[in-house]
Structure formats: structure tokens, C-alpha cells
Design a protein around this ligand. Structure first.
Ligand code: ATP
Length: 362
């Protein structure tokens, strides 16, 4: 993190009547970062984004952009620009007119304005469609116009509110790749609001996961996925198998536990961990359990019986009943070796790496 963050959110609370939409939110976002606010519907992510943009005002706390407090500064005087989910482009104007719209108040001379519009359209690969009317564009092209219209203003921070959620799956995935390379090319800070964990994992340098108006964890995509600190975060980012384990030892940073079927392990202690009745919740992701075929052996094994099987094309989900465990284990196995053909009722052995186990706060 450089000395002065591009964005500082400091102890922000936002009330709607007695309802607390943002609850003591503090956050630093670096210049040039692709940062995502991720969480379920109603967690407050849009309220936080709108507060950075200036469309909402925090009830208490401060927001600084590039070192300056922006509380009381209207949206159009902040060094930010927002791209909305529904594009908000003018259907009766052509692409160039749409992109030039916000520039009008800068009263640039005509050639400078044309140059900036052309550059913004080239950035989103729409240079060839400048004269096309907006209503004649596809959804993906409209989204690019909306991006160009924001970029042409040369903001320090681009705010994106679920910008891809109206697109179909294939187009959304293409636009995700483009959004990522666009951000790297222009080099400005992007803040993305999304409820789609894959989108956040694929695009971001860092992610803040939010629940109930609070920030639950801020980390890189890999850390958030592999080292979630709470059960709620682990669950929100794809399925995880959970088990209760007895705590056998504890230091400031490490936790030793005795698990029902995964033996005794020592794990990193999550931030803010509180033991209840001497037990901890331990998790392992379904793809970190591998089927052991035939006589294959592994250093760490757990065995059970297949009670259900779900085919997903490239992978199969196996549900395995393991004696002594409260919940069946969910296993995600590639179909390269025939996991899609394992009969329900068969006994299976599973290999795991103890490093894949994580301790979680409840
Ligand atoms: P979504 O993905 O559904 O937009 P979100 O995480 O972005 O959800 P917010 O839009 O920030 O959530 O809303 C957070 C909470 O604040 C919600 O419970 C919402 O109903 C409430 N809220 C938002 N705006 C207002 C408002 N203007 N007046 C009253 N309550 C509001």
C-alpha cells in the first residue's frame, strides 16, 4: 500500500431512519487498484459506492479521495465517475455524442473534444461505431459506451455498480476480461460492486467482503478464497465442508485441533477468533478432496460411501457419507478419471492435504 491511499473510508456509518446500512466501515484503496465490494443483496455495497461517488452522504465518518475530504462535495466536483448497471446512455444520440455529453461543460475547443472522444472510444474498442445511434447497439456495446463516457472525463477513480449483470453469461465473461485489461491499460483506480464471487475473484487486486453493512474481510482473491476468516465468508465464496473440532492447543496465531476424521492439525488462527466450548469450526473446499483410484495411496486419507452424485460437464460433485462426521462431505472431482461413473453406494477413499484445512470464526 503506497503512503497516501487513493481512497480512505474512515469510520463511516449510514442510517436510513433507524436502519443501519453501513456500520463502522473503514477501508483504504490504493491508486491503480482494481478493488471489489462483494456481498449478498442488501449488504450495503451500493450505499458505500454511492457514498464515494457523492450520491449518498454518510451519517458519520469521513471519505477522502487523493488526500482530500469529499464530504459535502457534489458528485460532479469529485474526481470520480460512475458506470451504472442500466448504462444510462441516451438512445437518441449517436455513440460519439453520448461520449461527448459530459465534456460539454468543460467547454473544450472542438478538435480537443473530438480527440478525447476518439481516444475514449478506442480504449473500449468502439472507434469504428462512433456514428451509430445508441439504440442500434448490442448490450455489450452499450456497456462500452457507458465506460467510454466515464473514461472521457479522466476520473482518478472509476466506480462500477454491477456493470455486467444485465449481460448474458458468455458476454459477461468476455467483458470481464476486457474490463480487467482496460483497467490495467488506463491505470486508474476501479471500484466494482458485485454480488458475483467469480467476477470479484477474476477481476480484483483486492476484495472487501461485506455482510449486514460491515466489512467482514479485505484481502486478495486468493487469500479470500483459500483463507476466509469466517464461516459466512467461506460459504459465500463457493461451497465449503465444515466440521466441528476440539481445540487441543492455542497460541496467539495458531490453533491446534482434533478433527472428527482429519486427525490432529495445527492451523492459522483467523483474525478475531473466539473459541466457544473449546471447539472450532474447520473447513475444507470440495475440490481439495481427491478420489483415490484403485490401490493408490496418499499420506492423508479419509474414507466413506457415495450417497449422491451430480454431473456438471467438466466436474462431478460427489456427496460422501463419512462415519463419525455430522455432515456428508461434498467433493468436486474432475471427470478425467471417471468420477462421473462412480456408482452411488460405492465405497471411496479420498486424499487431502492438511494445508487445505482452515480454521474459521463462526
Ligand atoms: P443490492 O445488490 O441488492 O443493490 P446492496 O448490497 O448494494 O444490495 P444497498 O443498496 O447498499 O445494498 O442497501 C443496503 C440496505 O440499505 C438495504 O437493506 C436497503 O434496503 C437499504 N437502503 C438502501 N437505500 C435506501 C434508502 N434510500 N432508504 C432506505 N433504505 C435504503
Amino acid at each position: 500500500m503506497p503512503e497516501t491511499p487513493m481512497i480512505t473510508i474512515e469510520a463511516v456509518n449510514k442510517f436510513y431512519g433507524i436502519y443501519k446500512a453501513l456500520d463502522d466501515v473503514s477501508l483504504d484503496i490504493a491508486a491503480g487498484e482494481f478493488f471489489s465490494l462483494l456481498g449478498p443483496s442488501g449488504c450495503g455495497k451500493t450505499t458505500l459506492l454511492r457514498s464515494i461517488a457523492g450520491f449518498d452522504t454518510p451519517s458519520t465518518g469521513d471519505i477522502r479521495i487523493d488526500g482530500q475530504s469529499v464530504i459535502g462535495t457534489p458528485p460532479n466536483r469529485r474526481p470520480t465517475n460512475m458506470v451504472f448497471q442500466n448504462y444510462a446512455i441516451f438512445p437518441h444520440l449517436d455513440v460519439e455524442e453520448n461520449v461527448a455529453y459530459g465534456l460539454k461543460r468543460l467547454k473544450l475547443d472542438a478538435s480537443e473534444e473530438r480527440r478525447r472522444v476518439g481516444a475514449a472510444l478506442d480504449q473500449v474498442r468502439l472507434g469504428h461505431l462512433g456514428k451509430r445511434r445508441a439504440h442500434e447497439l448490442s448490450g455489450g456495446q452499450r456497456q462500452r459506451v457507458a465506460l467510454a463516457r466515464a473514461l472521457v472525463m479522466r476520473p482518478k477513480v472509476l466506480l462500477l455498480d454491477e456493470p455486467l449483470s444485465a449481460l448474458d453469461k458468455k458476454l459477461r465473461e468476455e467483458m470481464q476480461v476486457e474490463l480487467r485489461s482496460l483497467q490495467k491499460a488506463v491505470g486508474i483506480t476501479f471500484i466494482l460492486v458485485t454480488h458475483d464471487q467469480y467476477e470479484a475473484l477474476a477481476l480484483s487486486d483486492r476484495i472487501a467482503v461485506m455482510f449486514g453493512g460491515r466489512i467482514a474481510q479485505v484481502a486478495t482473491p486468493k487469500e479470500i478464497y483459500q483463507r476466509p476468516t469466517t464461516r459466512q465468508i467461506a460459504d459465500f465464496l463457493g461451497g465449503m465442508n465444515f466440521m466441528k473440532a476440539r481445540i487441543t492447543g492455542e497460541t496467539a496465531t495458531r490453533l491446534s485441533v482434533e478433527t472428527p476424521r482429519f486427525g490432529g492439525v495445527t492451523l492459522d488462527k483467523p483474525l478475531g477468533f473466539n473459541a466457544r466450548n473449546g471447539t472450532a469450526t474447520i473447513g475444507i473446499r470440495p475440490e481439495r478432496l481427491r478420489v483415490l483410484w484403485d490401490d493408490a495411496k496418499a499420506d492423508f486419507e479419509v474414507s466413506g460411501r457415495v450417497i449422491d452424485r451430480h454431473y456438471f460437464g467438466e466436474i462431478t460433485h460427489l456427496i460422501i457419507d463419512v462415519p463419525g462426521m455430522e455432515q456428508p462431505l461434498s467433493v468436486s472431482e474432475t471427470n478425467n478419471f471417471g468420477a462421473d461413473d462412480i456408482p452411488v453406494g460405492d465405497a471411496v477413499r479420498l486424499a487431502y492435504d492438511p494445508d487445505a484445512l482452515v480454521a474459521l470464526s463462526d
